[in-house]
Ligand binder design. Structure first.
Ligand code: ZN
Length: 439
């Protein structure tokens, strides 16, 4: 059965937050212990295995680390499985090599097995601390597979993967369209219909505010130097740690929260856009996006990270599966921008540069918008496979709809038609109009 995860904001009491921090610290400590042991055994020519390491740890843990008794055992058992998983991903080329986790540099989280907690309406009962309030109730029915308590900025979340029945997982499309989508840095996505979807560019717009808040941290850090006889600009001598003031911590939280809000704004946009493209189409032609390759270009790197292309493609693929939409990926070398999209023309403009936002085809005389032209060519790739045989049947007949499950999908803001783009002074302006202010 397919799995869906629901991440729900927690409303913990101060005591519960204290426990969350300790449990996350424990998970981090055990991970580091296991990784260290793993590396040692590997260097000694052995083949380390997670269960053996766990056994070794369990034999000594309560003598050597008596404080572990205060933390539920799942928090110190799971890192072994996590580490085994991380190595597997490393050896199959999906991840970088597992590294030691440093406090404040990796996100805090710990695991709870599915038989150790209980979700009831808008609260969850966790081991050692009892009931914690949830901001919303669990969205998916099905078998709960486990949970992780996760910190983002100064907020805590419960992430619950649920194995759901097919009738919940698979969704009904509302349309049978075939579309081509050109994803770009200037305009987030251009559709073959000519529609341009401008990304929220949340990060860039918040950058100014972020800078102000980051300066506040710097000021607090500099203020902490005066009592130990250093001038604000003096470098910190090695081995000296500045006393952390409460206001310094507050400033840090402020920045973290700004980052979190930016991430949420971006996520909201990516979710709505990817859902809409899958829900309305039976086939979508897309470009192969080598995010890594594009990130290597430093001038583009921030825009690409800002737009969240990697996340967008991941969401797209998983939603295409849920909606039975076919994503037809173009070949890496497919000249989507350079090919004339006029039916029957097929002229290839070899000297098209990245700067050319539009071009006139010498073959047929039509002037193309670069992105729309590319989107139409990508649509052309999707068409022969999409109609009429290759499509999966729409599921209305066999599977009942669950309008209450999966959340309401509202149309993405940040959308603009070519006309409104022309009437506005620029695309960024259009995005700014529709974008919620960053608080
Ligand atoms: Zn042409």
């Amino acid at each position: 059965m397919p799995t869906l995860a629901h991440k729900i904001r927690l409303d913990p009491t101060p005591d519960q937050i204290q426990y969350f921090k300790q449990a996350s610290g424990t998970a981090r400590f055990v991970w580091n212990w296991a990784l260290d042991e793993w590396n040692r055994r590997y260097a000694a020519g052995q083949k380390p295995q997670a269960p053996a390491l766990k056994k070794q740890f369990n034999a000594l843990k309560y003598q050597q680390f008596p404080w572990l008794r205060n933390i539920h055992r799942d928090a110190h058992a799971q890192p072994f499985a996590d580490l085994a998983d991380a190595w597997l991903r490393f050896f199959t080329g999906q991840n970088d090599r597992p590294v030691f986790k440093k406090k404040g540099e990796t996100s805090d989280s710990f695991y709870v097995a599915n038989d150790k907690f209980q979700v009831a309406d808008r609260r969850v009962k966790l081991p050692k601390i009892g009931w914690v309030r949830l901001r919303e109730s669990l969205r998916f029915p099905g078998k709960i597979l486990g949970a992780r308590v996760v910190r983002d900025a100064d907020q805590w979340f419960l992430s619950v993967p649920v194995s759901v029945p097919d009738s919940i997982y698979y969704r009904t499309r509302t349309g049978q369209g075939v579309e081509g989508v050109d994803v770009g840095v200037k305009t987030f996505a251009t559709l073959s219909t000519g529609k341009k979807i401008v990304g929220p560019k949340a990060h860039r717009r918040a950058l100014r505010r972020l800078k102000i808040r980051q300066r506040a941290i710097t000021r607090k850090m500099q203020a902490a130097k005066t009592p130990i006889g250093l001038a604000p600009q003096d470098p910190l001598p090695q081995g000296i740690r500045l006393p952390r003031s409460r206001n310094w911590d507050k400033a840090k939280n402020h920045v973290a929260r700004t980052h979190l809000r930016i991430a949420h704004l971006r996520q909201d946009f990516l979710h709505k856009t990817s859902t809409r493209l899958c829900r309305e189409n039976q086939a979508v032609g897309i470009e192969t996006l080598s995010v890594k390759g594009m990130m290597a270009n430093h001038r583009l790197a921030r825009s690409i990270a800002d737009q969240g292309f990697g996340q967008f493609y991941a969401l797209w693929q998983y939603k295409a599966d849920r909606y039975g939409t076919q994503l037809i990926e173009a070949d890496r070398w497919f000249p989507s921008s350079k090919l004339c999209s006029t039916p029957g023309c097929g002229y290839l403009k070899k000297d098209l540069t990245l700067k050319d936002r539009s071009w006139t085809c010498p073959g047929c005389g039509v002037t193309h918008d670069r992105d729309v032209n590319a989107a139409i060519n990508l649509k052309g790739l999707a068409t022969p496979t999409a109609l009429p045989v290759a499509t999966r049947p729409v599921r209305t007949a066999t599977v009942p709809e669950h309008p209450d499950i999966g959340g309401k999908v509202t149309p993405a803001r940040h959308e603009a038609t070519p006309e409104s783009l022309l009437s506005a002074s620029g695309q960024e302006e259009v995005g700014a109009h529709h974008c919620a202010p960053i608080l």
